[in-house]
Design a binder for this molecule. Structure first.
Ligand code: FES
Length: 105
C-alpha cells in the first residue's frame, strides 16, 4: 500500500504505508521534502503539516484537540489540515493522497 505526498509545486512522491507508524515518520523516512518533524512527533512544532484530500478526510479523521491547538496558530491552515505526526497509519489508507502547504516548502 502506498501514500502520495504532493508538494505545493505539484511534485508527487510516493511512499510505502506502514501500519502503526505515524504519517510524519513515513515522510521523514522517505525524505519527503517539506515534512521536517522537528519536535519528533509531539504535536508541538507544526513542521509536519499536511492537507488531506477531501475524499480521504472521513477515513483518516479530522484533527483532535491537542493537534487543533497547534493548527489554530497557523492562519494558512485548511479545513482538512492535519499534523501528520498525529496520524496513526492504517492499512485502509492505501491510496491516500495528502498535499503539502506552501508555507512548508
Ligand atoms: Fe512536530 Fe508533528 S512533528 S508537530
Amino acid at each position: 500500500s502506498v501514500v502520495t505526498f504532493i508538494s505545493h509545486d505539484g511534485e508527487k512522491r510516493e511512499a510505502p504505508l506502514e501500519e502503526g507508524a505515524s504519517l510524519m515518520q513515513i515522510a521523514v523516512d522517505n525524505m519527503v521534502p517539506g515534512i521536517d518533524g522537528d519536535c519528533g512527533g509531539e504535536a508541538a512544532c507544526g513542521t509536519c503539516h499536511v492537507i488531506v484530500e477531501d475524499q480521504w478526510i472521513a477515513e483518516v479523521g479530522r484533527s483532535g484537540p491537542v493537534e487543533e491547538e497547534m493548527l489554530a496558530m497557523n492562519p494558512e491552515r485548511e479545513p482538512t489540515s492535519r499534523l501528520s505526526c498525529q496520524m496513526r497509519v492504517s492499512e485502509s489508507w492505501d491510496g491516500l493522497v495528502v498535499r503539502l502547504p506552501e508555507f512548508q516548502m
